[in-house]
Design a protein around this ligand. Structure first.
Ligand code: GDP
Ligand code: MN
Length: 351
């Protein structure tokens, strides 16, 4: 009963933040971009928008990671856009490669048999998904930060962000933030949920009990945990806690999945992996929908439905194009599960 009362009280708190519209914050945070040299132009476009919409007032640093060496041109043309410091890291084979328990012939057969599935035949995509699932947050360049904001080449940020999302996360002790949700292709993750269920059996100490009012199990399962409903947060946009990802709970989860081999014998994406982790390990109040962020990653868009925002030049997007009410989106389910309205996610600043 105490717990439930706490949940009710939390829900009644308005979503305000003391983070003002200038760089008075001291959150230890950075943008993180895994990227190839060949994606430089698309990256510059995304960076330009991030800087214009948000970061020119905050000057957070940018961390670029790559499994190859960054070119001098890449460094010069990203440093030139960034208002904060830039760091360039190489990802070595401890984070991008086959662990010794993986049967590489079996992995290769899988790729042969998955040609019909999106990225099903790609080896590098699998290394990428495993890296994003289990390693970017412990790359040496990332360890000094508390929060990260993942950015990808080619994405668009179409609304001005006049508060500091990192400060909001820190102030509310939130661990994971997202903009777009949807359903995963089942062919990429046939045994992911069963593996997650084994993890729940083996590590009950990490799991939010399903009768806890904060439980997010229903976000990923429509039948009380029996099967996965394929809902996930689209991980190309994430604002998250580095400490959470480095916690024993998350690392035990990742290691358990990694031992199973599904990153290579299937084609597990980092989006369902992060999302299932959030659903099992975090409570409702620790996960935030950045409803008020305009965002586009091909082919889906998030555009806030606030009538005045387009006219007020806060956003350059059309709410009618927003994916959040689409039948394939899981966001309506999120709102139902959390008992929230869109407007509950509008962040207002106060001094
Ligand atoms: P999608 O969003 O699922 O279609 O996948 P992307 O191709 O956008 O890849 C996701 C992220 O990982 C992007 O930021 C890419 O730039 C990056 N990425 C994907 N594959 C590689 C790779 O082989 N090397 C590097 N350095 N980055 C990669
Ligand atoms: Mn992408």
């Amino acid at each position: 009963i105490m717990k439930m009362q706490k949940a009710v009280e939390d829900e009644q708190k308005p979503l305000t933040t003391t983070a003002l519209a200038n760089n008075t914050t001291n959150v230890k945070a950075a943008f993180v971009v895994l990227v190839r040299n060949s994606e430089l132009d698309d990256l510059r476009s995304a960076m330009r928008q991030m800087e214009d919409r948000f970061n020119h007032r905050y000057n957070y640093p940018w961390v670029f990671l790559n499994d190859a060496d960054f070119s001098e041109e890449f460094k010069a043309k990203t440093k030139g856009i960034a208002s904060g410091n830039t760091f360039y890291g190489k990802v070595d084979d401890t984070m991008w490669g086959y662990p010794e328990w993986i049967d590489q012939d079996k992995a290769s057969d899988t790729r042969e048999n998955m040609k019909e599935v999106i990225y099903g035949d790609s080896e590098s995509y699998r290394h990428m998904c495993r890296f994003q699932s289990g390693f970017f947050f412990r790359h040496p360049l990332m360890l000094e930060y508390d929060y990260y904001w993942r950015v990808e080449p080619g994405v668009e940020f179409s609304c001005s962000v006049d508060y500091d999302p990192f400060a909001l996360m820190q102030e509310k002790d939130m661990k994971y933030g997202w903009t777009i949700s949807l359903k995963e292709y089942e062919e990429t993750i046939p045994t992911l949920w069963n593996t997650a269920k084994e993890f729940m059996q083996k590590y009950p100490q990490h799991i939010v009990p399903k009768d806890d009012p904060g439980s997010l199990l229903k976000w990923v399962s429509d039948d009380d945990g029996e099967t996965y409903n394929l809902c996930h947060f689209w991980s190309n946009f994430e604002i998250g806690s580095i400490k959470w990802l480095n916690s024993p709970a998350y690392l035990d989860f990742f290691n358990y999945l990694d031992q199973n081999g599904g990153f290579f014998y299937e084609r597990w994406g980092d989006a369902p992996v992060h999302s299932i982790a959030a659903a099992l390990l975090l409570k409702k109040d620790e996960v935030h929908w950045f409803y008020d962020h305009g965002y586009f990653h091909n082919p889906f868009r998030q555009c806030p439905r606030e009538p005045a925002w387009v006219a007020d030049e806060k956003c350059l997007c059309n709410p009618e194009d927003s994916f959040d009410e689409h039948w394939y989106s899981c966001t309506p389910k999120w709102l139902e599960l959390t008992g929230k309205k869109r407007t509950d996610y509008l962040v207002t600043t106060r001094s």
